[in-house]
Design a binder for this molecule. Structure first.
Ligand code: CTP
Ligand code: MG
Length: 399
């Protein structure tokens, strides 16, 4: 056997829960998803990510089953697998995993085995943020439902502004010293590792998660995961039926001359002239909406966001894109990826291109978005700086 290079990253996969809500006849991670277990599928995502020591934390008595799953998922990286027995709470299980880290490990990701369909790209994003200097990083997705605070009788006390909320996922990434110290000094049992590290006084930053990284908790979640694996080619190790893909195109143009600040590509651009339009005139977001609706065969932006929808007057990209994702989901589609190009003299995108991609990606629930920008050599209305044009393509996948 060839030994893989010594990694500086470790992923602790916690799989030691009992799965009382799933009631799957075995501890949750060992319940079948396709021909293999939930744990096996989770580990395919882990091993598709950065090279890492993978510590799998399992219930007492399941060490052998876990080793079989982990070796199969690891392929040539099988020597990077460590199996340990978990504890009574999730935090105890995390501590058991951390105690099995090799000496060279500098960055630790903690991942719920129950988030079986988490794409490898999420692992890459979390590691990149820790590498960029963060002590603690969590992947999040926007909250799309309207949220209410309710009292113990079930009466609504107040609404909660969802723009301030985000749903936390795993893998959560930490500098090893930070996580180990927080575990050693823990005074309470926390529901996730970010809460533990935050209680120890560290800032926690976010990166885009992915809607498909939902946690399998109930029987309905298990069914959803199974059905998604039918259309996601990377998601299944059994024989999948042919996935159904559709592409769409959308364009939009807005002229300068609106009120207030410029909003474009989901970002505010202080000091730039605003675009005019029924909403904020964000031509980039509107082109993406049209591309997504076209791909799914759901009409166009006027069908769903016309001037007869006063709630979208003045709305920003986030509201348009989140509602579009809901429309697609209701029709049985999820978004694969989006690519958009802006033609404009102003604003200059170079310095904020990545920020725009992150904002648009977050609004779409974490899917990959590429933004490019170009000028038109002084020709046409964009060349005369009269307005902005945007061209988008989108891929959607049947769920
Ligand atoms: N977990 C763990 N050790 C525990 C409890 C939970 O490793 N003592 C893991 C689970 O295996 C799961 C993750 O933590 O991957 C998130 O927990 P949850 O979804 O609540 O799973 P369970 O505790 O197994 O499910 P339930 O709460 O329905 O019993
Ligand atoms: Mg639990």
């Amino acid at each position: 056997m060839t030994l893989t290079p010594v990694p500086r990253i470790a992923v602790v996969v916690v799989a030691a829960g009992s799965g009382t809500r799933l009631r799957g006849g075995a501890p949750k991670a060992f319940v079948g998803l396709d021909a293999r277990s939930i744990l096996h599928r989770s580990l395919l995502g882990v091993f598709g990510g950065p090279s890492a020591q993978v510590v799998v934390v399992v219930p007492d008595g399941y060490e052998g089953d876990a080793l079989t799953d982990a070796r199969d998922a690891a392929g040539p990286a099988a020597d990077l697998v460590t199996i340990v027995t978990g504890g009574a709470t999730r935090q105890d299980s995390v501590a058991a995993g951390v105690s099995a880290l090799r000496a060279d490990i500098e960055i630790v990701l903690v991942h719920d085995a129950a988030r079986a369909l988490t794409p490898s790209a999420v692992f890459e994003r979390v590691v990149a943020a820790v590498d960029a200097g963060a002590a603690a990083v969590i992947p999040t997705v926007p909250v799309v439902d309207t949220i209410k605070r309710v009292d113990h009788t079930g009466r609504v006390v107040e609404g909660v502004d969802r723009s301030e909320l985000a749903a936390a996922q795993t893998p959560q990434g930490f500098r090893r010293d930070v996580l180990a110290a927080a575990l050693a000094s823990a005074e309470a049992d926390h529901t996730d590792d970010a809460a533990l590290v935050s209680a120890a006084g560290h800032d926690v930053v976010t990166v885009a998660g992915d809607a498909i990284a939902f946690k399998i908790t109930t029987g309905a979640d298990l069914e959803r995961a199974r059905s998604l694996m039918q259309v996601s080619p990377v998601a299944s190790s059994s024989e999948p039926s042919a996935p159904v893909f559709r592409v769409g195109i959308g364009t939009d143009v807005h002229g300068f001359g609106g009120e207030g600040a410029l909003w474009l590509a989901g970002l505010e651009w202080p000091g730039e002239r605003a675009l005019s339009g029924h909403s904020d005139g964000d031509a980039v977001a509107h082109a993406i909406v049209d591309a997504l609706l076209a791909a799914a065969g759901l009409g166009d932006i006027g069908t769903h966001f016309g001037t007869d929808r006063p709630e979208f007057a003045g709305a920003h990209a986030e509201a348009f894109l989140a509602h579009t994702v809901e429309l697609l989901r209701d029709a049985g589609w999820r978004v694969g990826n989006v690519s958009v190009q802006v033609q404009a003299n102003r604003p200059r995108f170079a310095a904020r291109r990545t920020e725009a991609e992150q904002a648009l990606s977050a609004a779409l629930g974490g899917v990959a978005v590429s933004v490019s920008a170009t000028t038109t050599d002084g020709l046409g209305f964009t060349g005369r700086t009269e307005g902005v044009a945007a061209f988008a393509t989108a891929l959607v996948i049947a769920v």
